[in-house]
Design a binder for this molecule. Structure first.
Ligand SMILES: Cc1ncc(COP(=O)(O)O)c(C=O)c1O
Length: 384
């Protein structure tokens, strides 16, 4: 049995993180994007070493740029100039601060709902205006970018675009030709693209992650990538993200970021990110094999317990975006799954109006726990 299968619910319930403490003990949590697996051994050892030497002070992330650049080269074939890399406490904090320096109050910022709920929240938090360019439905199922609508939003005056690639929650990995089209539009209309690539290391077999900056820079568009080891190595609580300026102009613009941004980064987050980038490849490869199997298992389980639910396996990550409209449970199916099935999922509507009748399920667990999650969803539909 692999470490990704050998999980104990009793042990997981001993965790104090949001996933395991938000709901009562009779509820099985499959909502927030935390995985249930043990940490990568090199990360555990690095953190233990820090604790054993009482090393809990402030971050000094001087080794992070080179570690990320080497990882980007080996994993994605992306050449990153380390002098263009800096750290931040989180991807979302980085996005908030970058929006403050590359846009003005009241400027329009484009997002593609259904999308990670904090995207709209962060734009409002910094006093900018959310411009929705919803993903389009693909005939036969699935979602994709609507480049015509994107161009219209840019032409109407949006100043920035928050691109989610790979996309949470729909699991799409956008193709090189799509990214090139975005970059050309961004250049034409003077839009800055903030590419959230936090799920990039989790691209699954069959898809290829193309870093947006690797496409936008040769085309002369302005972009900034924001990523972290936090999703793929499950270390979000340690608070460290990576910002990559995608052009000389963006590098210069980012000089206006608060100096404290680096100092506010979590010290253990920096240590764990460096270790993930330098020594985390074999863990990541094993994880991807497991997640690849889980996305197939999900289809089998749905066929068994909830055949009316529509599911397109994600191209990346461990999130299943389920269209429950045929179940007739109204706009918030997650409510019934929680009440009657005692399983906590993410509410589709939180990702935008387009998420009505959807629920998001976390597949970052063992096959046994995933089976229990979907089994409970099926039970919720039983009469009586
Ligand atoms: C697309 C996306 N961006 C950002 C985050 C959060 O990152 P952070 O905790 O570094 O802000 C998540 C978390 O799931 C996410 O899915």
């Amino acid at each position: 049995m692999t470490a990704f299968e050998d999980l104990s619910l009793a042990k997981l319930r001993g965790r104090a993180s949001a996933k395991w403490t938000t709901y009562p003990a009779d509820v099985l949590p499959a909502w927030v994007a935390e995985m249930d697996f043990p940490l990568a051994e090199p990360i555990k050892q690095r953190l233990r070493r820090a604790i054993d030497s009482d090393d809990c002070g402030y971050a000094h992330p001087t080794a992070l740029p080179n570690a990320f650049a080497a990882f980007a080269k080996s994993r994605f074939g992306w050449t990153v100039d380390p002098s263009r890399v800096r750290s931040a406490p989180e991807v979302m904090v980085a996005i908030a601060e970058i929006l403050r320096v590359v846009t003005k109050p009241g400027d329009g910022v484009v997002i593609n709902p259904p999308v990670y709920p904090p995207f709209a929240m962060v734009i409002e938090e910094v006093g900018r205006k959310v411009v929705d360019v919803p993903l389009a439905h693909v005939p036969g199922g699935g979602w994709d970018l609507d480049l015509d609508a994107l161009e219209k939003a840019f032409a109407d005056g949006a100043k920035a675009y928050l691109l989610c690639n790979p996309h949470n929650p729909v699991g799409r990995v956008f193709e090189q030709s799509q990214l090139e089209a975005i970059a050309k539009l961004a250049k034409q209309y003077g839009v800055v693209v903030l590419a959230d690539e936090i799920h990039a290391p989790l691209v699954l077999p069959g898809a290829v992650h193309v870093p947006f900056v690797s496409v936008s820079e040769p085309l002369g568009a302005n972009a900034i990538a924001i990523t972290s080891a936090s999703k793929a190595w499950n270390i979000a609580g340690l608070k460290c993200a990576v910002i990559v300026a995608g052009s000389a102009a963006m590098q210069s613009a980012l000089k206006a970021l608060p100096i404290e941004l680096t100092e506010r980064t979590g010290h253990h987050g920096v240590l764990a990110n460096i270790t993930a980038f330098e020594e985390g490849a074999s863990y990541l490869d094993g994880l991807l094999e497991h997640l690849d199997r889980n996305r197939t298992l999900m289809a089998e389980l749905l066929g068994m317990y909830l055949p009316a639910v529509r599911y397109i396996p994600p191209q990346a990550g461990y999130l299943a975006w389920l269209d429950c409209s045929a179940l007739g449970l109204g706009e918030e199916p997650a409510k019934l799954f929680l009440k009657k099935g005692k399983v906590a999922l993410m509410r589709g509507l939180d990702f935008g109006r387009q998420g009505a009748c959807f629920a998001r399920v976390n597949m970052g667990t063992s096959s046994a726990i995933l089976s229990e999650v979907v089994g409970r969803m099926g039970k919720a539909l039983e009469k009586g």
